[in-house]
Ligand binder design. Structure first.
Ligand code: SF4
Ligand code: SF4
Length: 152
């Protein structure tokens, strides 16, 4: 128990099925895609930070500075809209990679520790893992219906 209390865990966006961040956004800059991924349209974001207050998981952060100033030219992705100062960021499950048939970068880097897939498909790898292992979601009583599961 003591060992588990010291574990480091990813606390990424849960891509909730009932996302309060989406409900409070006045410009629909954050929205749920048909496949359930909660996305950002950085060009519609006015930086009001209502979504940060609405998210009970601390999954969002505000760009106080231009994030691209902290990257080298060879680290920049020119396939993805430029993130700017004054907008809110969060995990988007690397939707731009998914659209090219690839997996999210964290899943790719985690060497079999993280799983990603369609939870509605009973034959998907992620659904099979959830059938075989115990899992939990963060703050289930809030009714946000998180879609990120932690295997225990
Ligand atoms: S974890 Fe927070 S930011 Fe992500 S969908 Fe849920 S409420 Fe929104
Ligand atoms: S900061 Fe942007 S995404 Fe968040 S609520 Fe305001 S307009 Fe919507």
């Amino acid at each position: 128990m003591e060992e588990k209390a010291k574990l480091s865990l990813l606390t990424l966006c849960n891509h909730c099925d009932n996302p309060p961040c989406v409900r409070v956004c006045p410009t629909q800059a954050t929205f749920s895609r048909d496949d359930g991924i909660v996305l950002m349209d950085f060009h519609r974001c006015i930086g009001c930070r209502f979504c940060m207050a609405g998210c009970p998981y601390g999954a969002r952060s505000f760009n106080y500075h231009n994030p691209r100033n902290f990257l080298n030219e060879d680290e920049l992705s020119h396939d993805f809209p430029t993130r700017e100062k004054g907008v809110v960021e969060k995990c988007e499950f690397c939707a731009h990679l998914l659209d090219q048939g690839e997996r999210p970068a964290c899943v790719e880097a985690a060497e079999g520790v993280l799983y990603f897939g369609d939870l509605n498909d009973p034959e998907s790898e992620v659904r099979k893992v959830l059938r075989d292992r115990y899992s939990l979601v963060r703050k289930p009583k809030l009714g946000t219906e998180p879609q990120v599961y932690y295997l225990i």
